[in-house]
Design a binder for this molecule. Sequence first.
Ligand SMILES: [Zn+2]
Length: 363
Amino acid sequence: MISPYECRCGESYAPTAGRWRCDCGGLLDLPLGAAEWPPRSGIRSMWRFLDAGDLPWRDVTLGEGDTPLVEEEDGLHLKVEYASPTGSFKDRGAVVLVALARALGASRLVADSSGNAGTAVAAYAARAGLPAEIFVPAGTSEKKLHQIRGHGAGVTVVEGSREDTAAAAIARVEETGAFYASHVYNPYFHEGTKTYALEIFEQLGGVVPATLVLPAGNGTLVLGAHRGFEELRAAGVIDRVPRIVAVQSELCAPLAAAWAVGRDEPDPVKPGHTLAEGIAIADPARGSRILAAVGDSDGTFVTVGEDEIAEAHAALAARGLWVEPTGAVSYAAVRRLRAEGSPFVTGGPVVAPLCGSGLKASL
Ligand SMILES: [Zn+2]
């Protein structure tokens, strides 16, 4: 499964523990594969969908993936990603990064996160026996810090923005040569999140959903889910990918703003304080790729307000589903689109994720 990293400048690199961007400064991507369908493996985890040949994933796995798909009214299906081992969908990407780090002989990991990715990397690093240091912005929920420390990782709190936190992590990577377990920079994270798509396709009995409604901050789920369906399309299993409705908070919506005026790169914004802290990314590094994925899918962007997030959170709780506030944004968007009679929520199954557990952070 270990493929070369590629940069848009034309350079490519065999992955090494210290490589996290191109010498030109560009982001690294992976070549698109073709999905093997139906999957041959009977493993009951996301690894059933990955060609994991050269990754020591069995030493690291906690059984991630294989999350429930719960049918609601009117063709809506909710994918219960908070039923993941550390309580969020980030486990799908984190386990791949940590297995890759082991395969490449890394001796330590560094990551930066506003919460869920950091807790996931800390858990899988513990599992792999690798020391980890997680950089978090000041104000990160105590429950998440407690979880990261509980797994034995070091926590470095950075006064400043989410971007300042990433800069501090990168400085540590450069000074120590640690493996940068970044859900933004390392494209192997999307190899994990693409299994979200493959599971849905299988759980729906081989039906392509009409629409995937997905939260968008750094875009790890948008890019992964789109990649999963692209690889099914590349294999000739399906002839169209689902429309992607990407959801941002009204108080931090650089991608939606770019989409609205037809730009293919976002401009950084000054974020407000939103309940959806997990997607409050002012300057998403993979912004152009996220916009391109949504465009390729014939999708769109939606922004939701604080009241809508709180109402969606309460409505989910009233249905037995307990998510962290960020985990309610996709459902908030579905409710809005339905109220507007939007064509984006008609024409077949609509699938939205419940990304993080309500036990991690509350309203
Ligand atoms: Zn380059």
